[in-house]
Every structure is written in C-alpha cells, then in structure tokens.
Design a binder for this molecule. Structure first.
Ligand code: ZN
Length: 82
C-alpha cells in the first residue's frame, strides 16, 4: 500500500521566485486533449500567486501517481458542436 500523504513535489514560483515543496493536496492537474492544454496549478504559499505550468507526460505520471487531484478537460462528446 502506498502512503500518498508522504508525497511532496518541488515547485517554484515565477512571481516571487521562491522555491518550496507542496503536498499532493496543494496541487491540481488539468489534462487537456494535447500537451499544450495539459497543465498543473497551485497557489504560491509565499506570495499567494496562482501559478500554472505546462505538464509533460512525466509530470502527469508523477502527479497522478502521487495522488494529485486530476481534472480532465477534453470532452468525450464527438456528436458535433453548437
Ligand atoms: Zn510566489
């Protein structure tokens, strides 16, 4: 069994340039239809900025494996558009 609570991710804030570690609960992952619409986001604990960064395949694997909440953005509906 995995102890998800122990997983921490290193992240940096582009606004205040501080570096810190975040638990899985502090991160959100959004998976889009392509790499360009796949990103993770978090709030900087230092300055409160909302940070959003692109997530490659490896990062997605890492985050989902670590128990980060994942949102799937691409719709599966192929029945035409309004
Ligand atoms: Zn910051």
């Amino acid at each position: 069994m995995r102890r998800v609570a122990d997983v921490v991710f290193r992240a940096g804030c582009p606004d205040c340039r501080s570096r810190f570690e975040l638990g899985a609960g502090a991160l959100r992952l959004a998976i889009g239809a392509s790499d360009r619409t796949t990103f993770y986001s978090f709030t900087c604990p230092e300055c409160g900025a909302a940070v959003r960064k692109p997530a490659g395949e490896r990062i997605v694997e890492l985050l989902t494996g670590g128990g980060v909440r994942t949102l799937r953005l691409h719709s599966t509906a192929s029945a035409g558009r309004i």
